[in-house]
Design a protein around this ligand. Structure first.
Ligand code: FUB
Length: 336
């Protein structure tokens, strides 16, 4: 199927077309939808498996009165030049609200080229946000997703392999040697690397604990293996709850699926359950799941607007359904 055909048959259209946006983290604050995406730009940096061509420099927040409404771009909410510790690559962010303040969580490379996760604060959900002077202590890698549990605790899920550097932290220390994206990865028969979870401090500016592994198990209770590329964790963590269960969802990266696993606690373990989203146009897939007025929605991205340019993506939304057993019905982003 060529790109024009796929574009015509896409089940959803970009929420905005005047800028490229990706990695949408959607939340409902005060009855309105706010979307915290990456802001994709043309960097003219050659493609590589470390994602060097994803050279984003700022964040814009989008808002919508409801999932069918026109999205409003609230302009630049935070720029790389305003983050004292960061040097490059503002990748997938997320946001949380607490006591009337809004917190933007974001990964960026520090001055040594190591991905860390920072936080910036605002009194408004659309910013402008003021960055903390340093990244979160003991943070590393990419793709923070912050989840508020029903008891008022906040947890951060994060991590991403290859360019996201998670494999370099296997020993607890950053392994600088081996620039390639595949150095330090487990062998195919070893358990895949786990995403990380840490509870946030009451002020949401630091972790209360060292990050823990989030186990993703198969149907027999065994860890998903590195060689199980269709199911193993790659990046793009998200957490939602449905009927008392915790749903951890993520991207499988080089096999391009958004999958999910179900557990009984925010720390897991989680059992692999199925696919949420089939591959989109473009290499990356990254999503969020949010409830609005009793219906569930999947926010995701694809590269249809740029006609397949992997680092020029557009945020979209479509309805998501859990069946009577709590299983999520797989979404094909392009109708047959
Ligand atoms: O947008 C840059 C990176 O691409 C994100 O951090 C990953 O999740 C992937 O979408």
């Amino acid at each position: 199927m060529d790109i024009q055909q796929l574009k015509r048959k896409a089940i959803s259209q970009p929420l905005v077309e005047h800028i490229y946006t990706a990695d949408p983290s959607a939340h409902v604050f005060n009855g309105k939808i706010f979307i915290y995406p990456s802001h994709d730009v043309e960097s003219n940096i050659p493609f590589d498996d470390l994602g060097s061509h994803f050279a984003m420099e700022d964040y814009h927040v989008l808002s919508m009165e409801d999932p069918g409404a026109k999205a409003v771009d609230h302009g630049c909410a935070l720029h790389l030049s305003e983050v004292p510790w960061a040097s490059q690559q503002l990748w997938a962010p997320d946001a949380a609200e607490k006591d009337g303040n809004y917190y933007l969580f974001f990964p960026a490379k520090d001055k040594e080229g190591v991905f860390r996760i920072g936080v910036a604060v605002s009194e408004s959900p659309v910013g402008p946000f003021t960055a903390q002077p340093e990244p979160i202590n003991n943070s590393f890698s990419i793709d923070p997703a912050v989840f508020k549990d029903s008891d008022g605790s906040y947890y951060m899920y994060f991590g991403g392999i290859w360019g996201g550097q998670l494999q370099r932290w296997r020993t607890g220390q950053f392994k600088a040697e081996g620039e390639g994206p595949f150095a330090h990865l487990p062998a195919d028969m070893e358990p895949a690397l786990c995403p990380k979870v840490a509870r946030l401090r009451d002020d949401l500016l630091e972790f209360t604990e060292l990050p823990r592994d989030l186990q993703i198990l198969d149907e027999k209770g065994r860890p998903i293996l590195e060689g199980d590329k269709d199911r193993r964790f790659f990046e793009a963590s998200w957490m939602h709850t449905y009927k008392g269960k915790y749903y951890f969802s993520y991207s499988t990266g080089d096999t391009h699926f958004i999958c999910y696993a179900i557990g009984d606690s925010p720390y897991g373990p989680f059992t692999y359950t199925g696919r949420i989203l089939e591959p989109v146009i473009g290499w990356t897939s990254h999503h969020s799941i949010c409830e609005f007025n009793g219906k569930w929605y999947l926010f995701y991205h694809d590269s249809s607007l740029s006609e397949g340019v992997t680092h020029l993506r557009s945020v979209k939304v479509t309805e998501l359904n859990h069946d009577e057993n709590g299983r999520i019905q797989t979404i094909d982003p392009y109708s047959k």
